[in-house]
Write a protein that binds this ligand. Structure first.
Ligand code: NAD
Ligand code: 6OD
Length: 493
């Protein structure tokens, strides 16, 4: 069976401990993955420390930018391999991996290389009159930005290459070196990227990958390592809490992109065709496994019945099938464990009966697997109505292809119900009224607001969540604010 090694100091690094990489579309083991223990994590951190002190930090910004662009070219050149690996690890359709995940992997490197080339630094001319002597001093105050050192990058499984490179590219651009801990569910593209880095001429030790699990394993060893200066993490909110606790003794800088329970609000004046199409995409893309997916839809009562019918009709048209077939629009969930969790919500057995059960409009169970994919982790796209606002279907992140649709009567009510969540990642607003769009965008508690669209990205803008959806922002200049430290140099003239 093929083995997925770690990648340390410019080389594949095999280990004795192995774990299984399961293909979620079939439920069969695709590869054996080399697991890193604390010793192997230390090896990766030491390699990254040497590369930081040595070649990488000494390279000019222009040299780093050129190398990152070569990495982007390398991803493009091996595009089919990346797509195949991502599909095998996640089960996502080629129509998604080939359009979103892999092109964005390359785009992340180009965007931050461009950003690096265009970054400027501030300086101030300072004139100070001494309060006692009256002596005048003139100085030039420079604000320079320096890399942090070794950055630990801990990633989830839903958009593996996209989310990993979203952090690796700016970290390297700013002059840091990295140790990446990909999700145990999706190891392949991180190791493949190591080969691309090497071929592009990125110095050994600049990019390292350690495979393994989180708690009490490779993830925790990376977080606790004293020579790791910062952790940038994407994943569940409760994992963020654990990482914050484990990082506390070494006082690391942290950036967190966490979970969500995102709402869409469809106003009476919305373009309903666009709102239905946009909500189908935002609820079911990647089988609902995107942190930005819509799991609550508040629809103005005047449109409600029609909207629910149209959304349900669209959900029924999702095509579950061979992920490599161009016609497939929805893949399986990532794992048997995640399938059990999502089906737990579908069956909603454990909750307070006083809250009621809601009405399943469509879906609500495991899906009939497509021919040839009987062992996979398939579930039906699912829509509920008539759910109490306090019900876990409305309050908890499910991370599956499902959403609740609920009516509202006025704008204040829609905003209040949207904001009644511990999360604050994103919100989609559907309206033709520009004033309302501005007003509601400001009123909702979310780090990202899309009006008449969803997940339309510009990598120069801040990305991140409020409340339990995250800490800090990455994107454009804000990524450099996290991955570099400003230093003030005051030169008396
Ligand atoms: P997860 O938190 O279970 O795991 C993410 C990563 O953290 C994995 O690599 C895992 O091995 C590691 N990990 C787990 N426990 C750890 C620990 N104690 N110390 C160090 N590392 C640890 O998340 P997941 O199930 O892989 O991903 C789904 C979650 O990610 C959802 O909640 C989703 O909303 C969130 N997410 C958020 C964003 C965002 O940008 N806000 C993007 C994608 C996913
Ligand atoms: O597009 C991005 O940059 C990004 N960080 C997306 C996150 C998606 C969550 O699953």
């Amino acid at each position: 069976m093929a083995v997925v090694p770690c990648f340390i100091d410019g080389k594949a690094r095999e280990t004795d401990e192995r774990f299984a990489d399961v293909n979620p579309a079939t439920g069969t083991i695709a590869h054996e993955v080399c697991e890193a223990d604390a010793g192997v994590v230390d090896e990766a951190v030491q390699a990254a420390s040497r590369a930081f002190r040595g070649p990488w930090r000494l390279r000019s910004a222009a040299q780093r930018a050129a190398l990152l662009e070569k990495v982007a070219d390398g991803i493009d050149a091996r595009r089919e391999e990346f797509i195949r690996a991502e599909i095998e690890d996640t089960g996502k359709p080629v129509a998604l991996a080939g359009v979103l995940d892999i092109p964005r992997g390359a785009q992340n490197f180009r965007a931050f290389a461009h950003q690096l080339r265009t970054l400027g630094e501030e300086s101030f001319t300072t004139v100070v009159d001494d309060a006692v002597t009256g002596e005048r001093s003139t100085a030039l105050n420079l604000v320079v930005h320096e890399p942090l050192g070794v950055v630990g990058v801990i990633c989830p499984w839903n958009l593996p290459l996209l989310l990993m490179t979203w952090k690796v590219a700016p970290a390297l651009a700013a002059g840091n070196t990295v140790v990446v801990k990909p999700s145990e569910e999706t190891p392949q593209t991180a190791t493949l990227l190591g080969e691309v880095m090497k071929a592009a001429g990125v110095d050994d030790g600049v990019y390292n990958v350690v495979h393994g699990f989180g708690n009490k394993s490779a993830g925790q060893a990376l977080v606790e390592h004293n020579d790791v200066a910062a952790i940038t993490f994407t994943g569940e909110s409760k994992t963020g809490s654990a990482i914050m606790r484990d990082a506390a003794p070494s006082l690391k800088r942290l950036s967190f992109e966490l979970g969500g329970k995102n709402a869409a609000i469809v106003f009476a004046d919305a373009d309903v065709d666009a709102a239905v199409a946009g909500t189908l995409r935002s609820a079911f893309w990647n089988t609902g496994q995107i942190c930005l997916c819509t799991e609550r839809v508040y629809v103005h009562r005047s449109l409600y019945v029609d909207f629910v019918e149209r959304l349900a009709a669209g959900a029924k048209k999702r095509v579950l099938g061979d992920p490599h077939a161009a016609t497939t629009t929805m893949g399986p969930l990532i794992s048997r464990t995640h399938q059990r969790k999502v089906l737990g919500y579908f069956e909603h057995t454990a909750w307070d009966p006083a809250l009621g059960a809601g009405t399943i409009v469509t879906g609500g169970s495991a899906a009939e697997p497509p021919a040839g994919f009987a062992g996979g982790f398939w579930v039906e796209p699912t829509i509920w109505t008539d759910v109490d606002d306090r019900h876990p279907l409305v309050t908890e992140e499910i991370f599956g292809p499902c959403t609740v649709v609920l009516p509202f009567d006025d704008e204040d009510e829609a905003v209040a119900r949207t904001n009644a969540s511990v999360y604050g990642l994103c919100c989609a607003i559907w309206t033709r009224d520009l004033q309302r769009a501005h007003r509601v965008s400001r009123a909702v508690d979310a780090g990202l607001v899309w009006v008449n669209t969803w997940y339309l990205r510009d990598l120069r803008t801040p990305f991140g969540g409020k409340k339990r959806s995250g800490i800090g922002r990455e994107g454009g200049r804000m990524s450099f604010d996290f991955y570099a430290e400003p230093k003030n140099i005051c030169i008396k003239l």
